[in-house]
Structure formats: structure tokens, C-alpha cells
Design a protein around this ligand. Structure first.
Ligand SMILES: NC(=O)c1ccc[n+]([C@@H]2O[C@H](COP(=O)([O-])OP(=O)(O)OC[C@H]3O[C@@H](n4cnc5c(N)ncnc54)[C@H](OP(=O)(O)O)[C@@H]3O)[C@@H](O)[C@H]2O)c1
Length: 272
């Protein structure tokens, strides 16, 4: 099959492209860096010619409320229109577990809009909702940092390795459209504050993580199970501790705090 991965240069996209190629498919890694832009339509018709499946693993460069909504709405509308014209038979998109419970955040309103456009289109689809990636734990800490303290509620979270996300998406992309949403998660549940504490310790990051029931998650008040998938979610195999020890050689020690905080403050509110 010819499979086009939109966002094929990203964290999940690059892993996904490799996995699909290992199965012998013709895979196009499409993104602005290779001349394919879902916001302008540039390069889309050519990339989609003869494609059976399109997988959307893009993310918005800006997480500011209006910008992220505009990104996912425009990008998804364009993509679905070009897919219909090219006769694509399966649209696969990556979304986030609990999106409908996180709508106080502009980022998740944008993901919800993306999902609704897909459900309303004529293209057979599969939506894969994943939990937070292990690779994203430091991002959660950065967003919740005040001075030298990270404040997070002690709610449940069931994160997973990006590699397991890519495996799950590749299996779905190679199968028939489910015309539904499939959830994937990690093999273990953690308390959010404890997960971030462990993740930062592995980076020798000296920030203190404090459990605070009133601290938000990207501005959203969480309850015990907001971030947790349903019982029938497909689970990845990689455990956080194993991933941490395998990644230890690649994990960059955290930069001085002032740099990290400056980087965070440059990002307007958003998530993922
Ligand atoms: N982080 C998490 O824990 C988490 C959990 C569940 C689901 N997700 C979802 O997973 C998805 C992928 O995340 P990721 O971390 O792999 O993303 P990422 O590494 O930030 O990659 C984003 C990709 O989007 C591409 N892109 C940006 N603008 C584009 C445009 N106008 N047209 C086409 N492609 C464009 C980028 O291309 P260039 O490199 O060429 O700019 C890049 O390939 C997101 O939708 C996110 O919501 C994330």
C-alpha cells in the first residue's frame, strides 16, 4: 500500500514511517520540511496521488488558543478534501485520551474539533487516542514550574513510550478503518506528581515536585481519572523505568532553570 504520513518528520511520525516501511509499504513522510503543507495545500495533491491510507500525526507549531484551533481545523479540512479528491480509503489520526474531559484547554478544544471534522467527513477513519508520551514528562514539568517548584495534582496517569504509540498507530493504519476511536495507553498507572518526580530525577533536574490538589494541568482542573483510558484500551509494553534506563544516555540533563522557564513562558497556554 502507499501510505502517506503527514507530520512524518515529527516524534511519532518518524518512528511510524520506519515501522510501516519495515512492513514493506510505500511510505511518504510528508511535512513542511519536505514541501507538504496542510495549511496551504502545498504539495498535498502530489503526495496523495495513489495513496490508500493517510495518517495525520501533525502538531501545531503554536499552542496559543486561537492559533492551535485554526491549525487543526484548517489542516484537517484541507487534508480531508484532498483525500476525497485522491480517493484515499482510510484516514488515521492521532489524538489524546480524555480529550472530551479537557475542554477547558484551548489545545484540547482544537483536538476535539479535529476529531469532529474527521467523524463528519465521508472518508472511512480510525482515531487513535493515546495517553501522554514518556518523552512529554519534562514538558509537563516545565509548564507547571514556578521558581524551583513544580506543582501538580496527584491524579492517575498511564503514560506510554512514543515507540509504542507509533507501533499502535502503524497496526491501525495497516488494518481496515474502524470508523471509531481506539484508545492506547501504557502498561502502568502512576500518580502524576510521582511520575514527574521520577522523570526529573533521572535528568538530575533539581526542581522540587509538590503534590497540590489545586494545581491545574495546562490550566485544566483534573479529577482522579481524567487522564486515564478506559479498561479496554490497548496497552504498550514499555515500562517507564526501563525506558528511563534505556534513554539515560540520550536524555539531556536539564538546562539551567532560567533557560527552561524562559522557553516555557514563550509558549502560550496549550498542551501535548
Ligand atoms: N505529547 C503527548 O504526550 C501526546 C499524547 C497523545 C497524543 N499526542 C498527539 O500526537 C500528535 C503528534 O505529536 P508529536 O509529538 O509526534 O508531534 P511533533 O514531534 O511536534 O511533530 C509535529 C509534526 O507536524 C508537522 N507539521 C507542522 N505543521 C505542519 C503543516 N502545516 N503541514 C504538515 N505538517 C505539519 C511537523 O513538520 P515539520 O517538522 O516539517 O515542521 C512535524 O512533522 C499530536 O497531534 C499530539 O496532539 C501527543
Amino acid at each position: 500500500m502507499k501510505i502517506v504520513v503527514i507530520g512524518g518528520s515529527g516524534l511519532i511520525g518518524s518512528k511510524l514511517v520506519n515501522k510501516l516501511r519495515e512492513h514493506g509499504h510505500e511510505v511518504i513522510a510528508a511535512s513542511p520540511s519536505s514541501g507538504v503543507n496542510t495549511l496551504t495545500g502545498e504539495g498535498l495533491a502530489e503526495a496523495l496521488k495513489g495513496a490508500s491510507v493517510v495518517v495525520d500525526v501533525t502538531n501545531s507549531p503554536s499552542w496559543e488558543d486561537a492559533a492551535v484551533l485554526k491549525f487543526f481545523e484548517t489542516s484537517t479540512r484541507n487534508l480531508l478534501a484532498y483525500e476525497a479528491a485522491a480517493g484515499v480509503g482510510h484516514h488515521v489520526a492521532l489524538s489524546v485520551v480524555g480529550t472530551e474531559r479537557l475542554l477547558a484547554s484551548g489545545f484540547f478544544r482544537a483536538k476535539m474539533a479535529q476529531e469532529n471534522l474527521i467523524k463528519g467527513s465521508s472518508i472511512p477513519y480510525s482515531i487513535v487516542r493515546a495517553t501522554q508520551f514518556f518523552e512529554f514528562v519534562k514538558g509537563i514539568a516545565d509548564f507547571s514550574t514556578d521558581g524551583n517548584t513544580v506543582r501538580l495534582p496527584s491524579v492517575l496517569i498511564q503514560p506510554m513510550a512514543a515507540d509504542d504509540v507509533a507501533s499502535a498507530v502503524s497496526r491501525i493504519a495497516m488494518g481496515s478503518p474502524v470508523n471509531d476511536t481506539v484508545e492506547v495507553g501504557g502498561p502502568e498507572k502512576f500518580r502524576l506528581d510521582e511520575l514527574v518526580r521520577r522523570g526529573l530525577a533521572a535528568r538530575k533536574d533539581l526542581r522540587e515536585v509538590v503534590a497540590d490538589p489545586h494545581a491545574g494541568y495546562y490550566g485544566v482542573e483534573l479529577s482522579e481519572k481524567t487522564l486515564v483510558p478506559d479498561d479496554d484500551a490497548r496497552l504498550g509494553e514499555t515500562r517507564f523505568e526501563d525506558w528511563l534506563s534505556r534513554s539515560a544516555s540520550q536524555i539531556q540533563p536539564t538546562k539551567p532553570l532560567t533557560t527552561a522557564v524562559a522557553a516555557v513562558s514563550n509558549r502560550a497556554s496549550g498542551a501535548q
